[in-house]
Design a protein around this ligand. Structure first.
Ligand SMILES: [Zn+2]
Length: 296
Protein backbone atom coordinates (compact mmCIF):
# COMPACT_ATOMS: atom_id res chain seq x y z
CA UNK A 1 0.00 0.00 0.00
CA UNK A 2 1.08 3.58 -0.53
CA UNK A 3 2.63 5.48 2.39
CA UNK A 4 1.92 8.97 1.05
CA UNK A 5 5.52 9.88 0.54
CA UNK A 6 8.15 9.38 -2.13
CA UNK A 7 11.29 7.28 -1.79
CA UNK A 8 14.34 9.01 -0.32
CA UNK A 9 18.09 8.64 -0.34
CA UNK A 10 21.09 10.37 1.24
CA UNK A 11 21.85 13.95 0.14
CA UNK A 12 25.61 13.20 0.18
CA UNK A 13 28.23 10.55 0.88
CA UNK A 14 29.12 9.22 4.35
CA UNK A 15 32.38 7.46 5.19
CA UNK A 16 33.15 5.77 8.51
CA UNK A 17 35.98 3.45 9.56
CA UNK A 18 36.09 1.29 12.67
CA UNK A 19 36.87 -2.02 14.32
CA UNK A 20 34.42 -4.88 13.92
CA UNK A 21 33.00 -6.85 16.84
CA UNK A 22 33.55 -10.49 15.90
CA UNK A 23 36.65 -10.54 13.67
CA UNK A 24 38.32 -7.61 15.45
CA UNK A 25 39.45 -6.28 12.04
CA UNK A 26 39.09 -2.73 10.73
CA UNK A 27 36.74 -1.97 7.85
CA UNK A 28 35.53 1.15 6.04
CA UNK A 29 31.94 1.80 5.00
CA UNK A 30 30.97 4.41 2.41
CA UNK A 31 27.26 5.18 2.05
CA UNK A 32 26.37 6.64 -1.37
CA UNK A 33 23.07 8.10 -2.60
CA UNK A 34 21.08 5.46 -4.50
CA UNK A 35 18.63 5.63 -7.39
CA UNK A 36 14.90 5.29 -6.69
CA UNK A 37 13.76 1.67 -6.98
CA UNK A 38 17.23 0.21 -6.28
CA UNK A 39 16.74 -0.27 -2.54
CA UNK A 40 19.71 -0.79 -0.25
CA UNK A 41 22.60 -2.99 -1.34
CA UNK A 42 26.20 -3.72 -0.40
CA UNK A 43 29.10 -3.40 -2.81
CA UNK A 44 32.06 -5.51 -1.62
CA UNK A 45 34.99 -5.92 -4.04
CA UNK A 46 32.62 -5.00 -6.92
CA UNK A 47 30.18 -7.74 -5.88
CA UNK A 48 26.64 -6.54 -5.30
CA UNK A 49 24.77 -8.13 -2.38
CA UNK A 50 21.22 -6.78 -1.94
CA UNK A 51 20.22 -6.10 1.69
CA UNK A 52 17.46 -8.67 1.28
CA UNK A 53 16.19 -11.61 3.33
CA UNK A 54 16.96 -13.79 0.28
CA UNK A 55 20.69 -13.50 1.12
CA UNK A 56 20.50 -13.67 4.94
CA UNK A 57 22.25 -16.69 6.45
CA UNK A 58 22.36 -18.21 9.91
CA UNK A 59 25.33 -16.95 11.88
CA UNK A 60 25.78 -16.79 15.65
CA UNK A 61 25.14 -13.44 17.34
CA UNK A 62 24.82 -11.33 14.18
CA UNK A 63 23.11 -11.11 10.82
CA UNK A 64 25.20 -12.07 7.78
CA UNK A 65 24.45 -11.60 4.08
CA UNK A 66 25.99 -14.10 1.68
CA UNK A 67 26.07 -14.23 -2.10
CA UNK A 68 28.41 -16.00 -4.54
CA UNK A 69 30.79 -16.94 -1.70
CA UNK A 70 31.13 -13.34 -0.41
CA UNK A 71 29.95 -12.63 3.13
CA UNK A 72 29.15 -9.40 4.95
CA UNK A 73 28.56 -9.76 8.70
CA UNK A 74 27.01 -7.66 11.47
CA UNK A 75 24.86 -5.67 9.04
CA UNK A 76 21.98 -5.20 11.50
CA UNK A 77 22.83 -1.91 13.28
CA UNK A 78 23.66 -0.07 10.04
CA UNK A 79 20.55 -1.40 8.29
CA UNK A 80 18.43 -0.58 11.35
CA UNK A 81 19.54 3.07 11.16
CA UNK A 82 18.97 3.27 7.38
CA UNK A 83 15.50 1.70 7.65
CA UNK A 84 14.35 3.79 10.63
CA UNK A 85 15.79 7.04 9.21
CA UNK A 86 13.96 6.33 5.91
CA UNK A 87 17.03 6.01 3.71
CA UNK A 88 15.15 3.82 1.22
CA UNK A 89 17.83 3.62 -1.46
CA UNK A 90 21.54 3.41 -0.70
CA UNK A 91 24.72 1.89 -2.09
CA UNK A 92 26.80 0.61 0.82
CA UNK A 93 30.39 0.22 -0.28
CA UNK A 94 32.46 -1.74 2.22
CA UNK A 95 36.20 -2.41 2.28
CA UNK A 96 38.37 -4.64 4.36
CA UNK A 97 41.69 -3.40 5.71
CA UNK A 98 43.07 -6.95 5.57
CA UNK A 99 43.83 -7.88 1.92
CA UNK A 100 44.05 -11.59 2.83
CA UNK A 101 40.42 -11.61 3.94
CA UNK A 102 39.10 -11.33 0.41
CA UNK A 103 35.67 -12.97 0.76
CA UNK A 104 34.48 -11.77 4.17
CA UNK A 105 34.01 -8.36 5.74
CA UNK A 106 32.22 -7.11 8.83
CA UNK A 107 30.53 -3.73 9.46
CA UNK A 108 32.28 -1.73 12.25
CA UNK A 109 30.62 -1.93 15.69
CA UNK A 110 31.51 1.56 17.13
CA UNK A 111 29.83 1.85 20.57
CA UNK A 112 27.54 -1.15 19.98
CA UNK A 113 24.52 1.03 19.12
CA UNK A 114 23.26 2.74 15.94
CA UNK A 115 24.19 6.26 17.14
CA UNK A 116 27.21 6.68 14.85
CA UNK A 117 25.09 5.93 11.77
CA UNK A 118 22.13 8.06 12.90
CA UNK A 119 24.42 11.07 13.55
CA UNK A 120 26.07 10.64 10.15
CA UNK A 121 22.69 10.40 8.36
CA UNK A 122 21.43 13.52 10.20
CA UNK A 123 24.60 15.43 9.26
CA UNK A 124 24.44 14.66 5.54
CA UNK A 125 20.62 14.85 5.28
CA UNK A 126 18.10 13.21 2.94
CA UNK A 127 16.77 14.05 -0.49
CA UNK A 128 14.08 12.69 -2.82
CA UNK A 129 15.47 9.71 -4.73
CA UNK A 130 14.99 9.64 -8.50
CA UNK A 131 15.71 7.03 -11.13
CA UNK A 132 18.13 7.59 -14.02
CA UNK A 133 15.41 9.52 -15.90
CA UNK A 134 14.78 11.88 -12.97
CA UNK A 135 11.53 10.15 -11.96
CA UNK A 136 10.60 9.82 -8.25
CA UNK A 137 8.76 6.74 -6.89
CA UNK A 138 6.13 6.30 -4.21
CA UNK A 139 7.36 4.50 -1.09
CA UNK A 140 5.19 1.41 -0.62
CA UNK A 141 4.64 -0.57 2.61
CA UNK A 142 3.32 -4.07 3.19
CA UNK A 143 0.34 -4.43 5.55
CA UNK A 144 -0.31 -7.55 7.63
CA UNK A 145 -3.95 -8.59 7.14
CA UNK A 146 -3.90 -11.92 9.00
CA UNK A 147 -1.91 -12.67 12.17
CA UNK A 148 1.24 -14.75 11.67
CA UNK A 149 3.44 -16.25 14.36
CA UNK A 150 6.45 -18.50 14.95
CA UNK A 151 7.40 -20.37 18.12
CA UNK A 152 10.84 -21.85 18.55
CA UNK A 153 12.57 -23.14 21.68
CA UNK A 154 10.56 -20.97 24.07
CA UNK A 155 10.79 -17.87 21.84
CA UNK A 156 7.87 -16.28 20.00
CA UNK A 157 7.61 -13.77 17.14
CA UNK A 158 4.27 -12.59 15.78
CA UNK A 159 2.77 -9.88 13.59
CA UNK A 160 -0.83 -8.71 14.04
CA UNK A 161 -2.91 -6.38 11.84
CA UNK A 162 -2.58 -2.76 13.02
CA UNK A 163 -3.20 0.64 11.38
CA UNK A 164 0.36 1.72 12.27
CA UNK A 165 3.72 0.14 13.08
CA UNK A 166 4.00 -0.83 16.74
CA UNK A 167 6.60 -3.03 18.36
CA UNK A 168 6.36 -4.92 21.65
CA UNK A 169 9.52 -6.73 22.75
CA UNK A 170 10.16 -8.85 25.83
CA UNK A 171 13.36 -10.44 27.10
CA UNK A 172 14.04 -12.77 30.04
CA UNK A 173 17.42 -13.32 31.70
CA UNK A 174 16.55 -14.78 35.11
CA UNK A 175 20.18 -15.96 35.44
CA UNK A 176 21.34 -12.30 35.43
CA UNK A 177 19.10 -10.40 37.88
CA UNK A 178 20.44 -6.99 36.75
CA UNK A 179 18.70 -7.66 33.40
CA UNK A 180 15.87 -9.92 34.60
CA UNK A 181 12.60 -9.58 32.66
CA UNK A 182 12.05 -6.47 30.54
CA UNK A 183 9.28 -5.47 28.15
CA UNK A 184 9.03 -2.44 25.89
CA UNK A 185 5.91 -1.39 23.99
CA UNK A 186 6.66 1.29 21.44
CA UNK A 187 4.56 4.30 20.56
CA UNK A 188 3.59 4.34 16.86
CA UNK A 189 7.00 3.76 15.33
CA UNK A 190 8.71 6.52 13.32
CA UNK A 191 12.17 8.05 12.86
CA UNK A 192 11.70 10.49 15.73
CA UNK A 193 10.79 7.68 18.16
CA UNK A 194 13.76 5.68 16.89
CA UNK A 195 16.34 8.47 17.31
CA UNK A 196 15.16 9.37 20.82
CA UNK A 197 14.27 5.97 22.28
CA UNK A 198 16.10 3.20 20.41
CA UNK A 199 19.18 4.27 18.40
CA UNK A 200 21.60 4.82 21.29
CA UNK A 201 20.90 1.53 23.08
CA UNK A 202 23.98 -0.70 23.00
CA UNK A 203 24.47 -4.38 22.43
CA UNK A 204 24.92 -6.42 25.62
CA UNK A 205 26.37 -9.70 26.73
CA UNK A 206 26.70 -11.82 29.83
CA UNK A 207 30.21 -11.76 31.35
CA UNK A 208 30.03 -15.49 32.12
CA UNK A 209 29.53 -16.24 28.39
CA UNK A 210 32.41 -14.08 27.10
CA UNK A 211 35.01 -16.86 27.38
CA UNK A 212 32.71 -19.35 25.60
CA UNK A 213 32.10 -16.88 22.74
CA UNK A 214 35.84 -16.09 22.41
CA UNK A 215 36.55 -19.83 22.17
CA UNK A 216 34.09 -19.97 19.25
CA UNK A 217 36.09 -17.21 17.50
CA UNK A 218 33.44 -14.57 18.23
CA UNK A 219 33.66 -11.06 19.77
CA UNK A 220 37.44 -10.89 19.16
CA UNK A 221 37.07 -7.11 18.74
CA UNK A 222 34.69 -6.76 21.70
CA UNK A 223 35.55 -4.70 24.76
CA UNK A 224 33.86 -2.59 27.40
CA UNK A 225 33.74 0.34 24.93
CA UNK A 226 31.49 -1.37 22.37
CA UNK A 227 28.73 -2.89 24.44
CA UNK A 228 27.43 -3.31 27.98
CA UNK A 229 28.52 -6.35 29.95
CA UNK A 230 26.47 -7.91 32.75
CA UNK A 231 27.74 -10.38 35.32
CA UNK A 232 25.24 -12.79 36.85
CA UNK A 233 26.61 -12.15 40.36
CA UNK A 234 28.10 -8.63 40.14
CA UNK A 235 25.57 -6.86 37.89
CA UNK A 236 26.60 -4.35 35.19
CA UNK A 237 30.39 -4.12 34.81
CA UNK A 238 30.48 -0.86 32.79
CA UNK A 239 27.63 1.37 33.93
CA UNK A 240 25.90 3.75 33.58
CA UNK A 241 23.21 2.41 31.28
CA UNK A 242 21.65 4.84 28.80
CA UNK A 243 18.13 3.54 29.64
CA UNK A 244 17.07 1.34 32.56
CA UNK A 245 15.85 -1.20 29.96
CA UNK A 246 18.70 -0.66 27.48
CA UNK A 247 19.05 -4.41 26.63
CA UNK A 248 15.38 -4.64 25.63
CA UNK A 249 15.66 -1.45 23.55
CA UNK A 250 18.71 -2.87 21.79
CA UNK A 251 16.66 -5.93 20.85
CA UNK A 252 14.17 -3.57 19.14
CA UNK A 253 17.12 -1.96 17.30
CA UNK A 254 18.23 -5.41 16.10
CA UNK A 255 14.67 -6.37 15.11
CA UNK A 256 14.33 -3.28 12.90
CA UNK A 257 17.67 -4.06 11.23
CA UNK A 258 16.59 -7.64 10.56
CA UNK A 259 13.08 -6.71 9.33
CA UNK A 260 14.66 -4.08 7.04
CA UNK A 261 15.71 -7.08 4.91
CA UNK A 262 12.04 -7.42 3.96
CA UNK A 263 12.30 -4.19 1.87
CA UNK A 264 12.10 -4.48 -1.92
CA UNK A 265 12.94 -1.88 -4.58
CA UNK A 266 13.10 1.01 -2.11
CA UNK A 267 9.88 0.11 -0.25
CA UNK A 268 9.50 0.21 3.54
CA UNK A 269 11.09 -2.81 5.25
CA UNK A 270 9.07 -2.86 8.46
CA UNK A 271 5.56 -4.10 7.64
CA UNK A 272 2.62 -2.08 8.93
CA UNK A 273 1.64 -4.34 11.83
CA UNK A 274 1.93 -4.76 15.57
CA UNK A 275 5.04 -6.90 15.88
CA UNK A 276 5.45 -8.82 19.12
CA UNK A 277 8.63 -10.72 20.00
CA UNK A 278 9.59 -12.54 23.18
CA UNK A 279 13.15 -13.81 23.72
CA UNK A 280 14.04 -13.25 20.08
CA UNK A 281 17.37 -13.28 18.30
CA UNK A 282 18.60 -12.68 14.77
CA UNK A 283 17.56 -16.14 13.53
CA UNK A 284 13.98 -15.74 14.83
CA UNK A 285 13.76 -12.19 13.40
CA UNK A 286 14.90 -13.50 10.02
CA UNK A 287 12.34 -16.33 10.20
CA UNK A 288 9.60 -13.75 10.82
CA UNK A 289 10.80 -11.69 7.85
CA UNK A 290 10.76 -14.85 5.67
CA UNK A 291 7.30 -15.81 6.87
CA UNK A 292 6.00 -12.30 6.13
CA UNK A 293 7.65 -12.38 2.69
CA UNK A 294 5.80 -15.63 1.94
CA UNK A 295 2.43 -14.48 3.31
CA UNK A 296 2.16 -10.89 2.00
ZN1 LIG B 1 22.67 -5.73 17.99
Amino acid sequence: MQTGRVQQTLAGCIERTGKSLHSGKVSTVKLWPGFAGEGRYFDFRSNVIPASIDYATESPLCTTLRKDGYRISTVEHLLSALEAMEVDNCRIEIENSDPEDDDHVEVPIFDGSASEWVKAIEQVGLKVATDECGQSYERMAAHVNEPVHIRKNGSVAAAFPSPEVRITYGIGFPQAPAIGYQCLSSAPFDSSYYTKQIASSRTFCLYEEVEKMRNLGLIKGGGLENGIVCSASKGWLNPPLRFHDEPCRHKVLDLIGDLSLFARFGSQGIPVAHIVVYKGGHALHADLARMLSASI
